[in-house]
Design a protein around this ligand. Structure first.
Ligand SMILES: Nc1ncnc2c1ncn2[C@@H]1O[C@H](COP(=O)(O)OP(=O)(O)OP(=O)(O)O)[C@@H](O)[C@H]1O
Ligand SMILES: [Mg+2]
Length: 255
């Protein structure tokens, strides 16, 4: 899918992070180096506390690394960009705003007139299959629906890169599977680059072009595993020998 000489959209160049306070220092990330090509789907897995969320926040320009740098389209990233969307583990919607107005919020903050912001928000609610719930308040949405609203909100700027930090971890297996499909569909239809943190090995294999495996804290990228299962993928792929082999490999790497 990528041109042979295309430049990476995102590069982590020896990104290192130490959290220091008056009486303690904690090295969260050793040097993490990798690159992501445009339109790639990359999953990041690693033991709890190895620095995945820290790395993702650095990739989003939300946090500056202690040393090293992030390049976005070849240029150093120093602050959050609209072209990089973020979805956190917990879908935090404004409880008093309808689904529609939650999705419209980032646009309203930018000063887009309300009618225009809502028209665009509606388009993205449609994309995640929640058009009919535009006027619902968060308390009337299920957990999975709230996550879809949060996904729509992350997509409303139509970012080129989507950084997802265990976005569906709190959901039951079936809802999660459904949202993964949704994500694959959006990724394919809108040609995004996705970097997603997950603890779920099967999910990582199913979604990714390659999986980055991190070491225990302080995290570094220990393995880059290409996933050469042809697309479009189907649930039957979960039972293929290739899939099982990859599962075994990744599980061994995580031990
Ligand atoms: N703002 C912070 N200040 C101090 N220490 C921090 C901060 N953020 C993270 N840490 C520490 O850095 C390490 C890595 O944290 P991080 O949240 O990146 O791990 P993680 O891989 O995302 O873990 P999990 O899989 O449990 O979500 C942890 O030891 C954590 O306590
Ligand atoms: Mg985390």
């Amino acid at each position: 899918m990528n041109e042979p000489n295309a430049t990476p959209i995102l590069v982590a160049d020896r990104v290192q992070m130490t959290f220091a306070s008056a009486d303690s220092r904690l090295e969260a990330l050793a040097e993490a180096t990798f690159s992501v090509m445009p339109n790639e789907f990359v999953c990041l897995i690693g033991p709890s506390g190895c620095g995945k969320s820290t790395l993702l926040r650095i990739l989003g320009g939300l946090v500056r690394p202690t040393s090293g740098r992030v390049l976005f389209e070849g240029r150093p990233l120093t602050h959050p960009l609209r072209r990089i969307g973020f979805l956190f583990q917990r879908a935090t919607l404004m409880p008093w705003r309808t689904a529609l107005r939650n999705v419209a919020l980032p646009l309203e903050i930018e000063g887009v007139p309300r009618a225009q912001a809502e028209a665009r928000a509606l388009e993205f609610l449609r994309l995640v299959g929640l058009e009919e719930f535009a006027q619902a308040l968060p308390r009337d949405l299920s957990g999975g629906m709230s996550h879809r609203v949060a996904l729509a909100r992350a997509l409303v700027y139509d970012p080129d890169v989507l950084l997802l930090d265990e976005p569906f971890a709190a959901l039951d297996a079936l809802t999660r599977e459904q949202l993964n499909w949704e994500l694959l569909r959006i990724w394919q239809a809108r040609r995004k680059t996705v970097v997603m943190v997950t603890h779920n090995i099967q999910e990582a294999i199913f979604l990714s072009d390659h999986v980055l495996v991190m070491s225990p804290r302080p995290g570094r990228i220990e393995h880059k595993v290409p996933i050469e299962i042809p697309r479009p993928r189907s649930l039957d792929d979960l039972y293929s020998p290739q899939f099982l082999e990859l599962t075994r490999t990744l599980r061994a790497y995580l031990r």
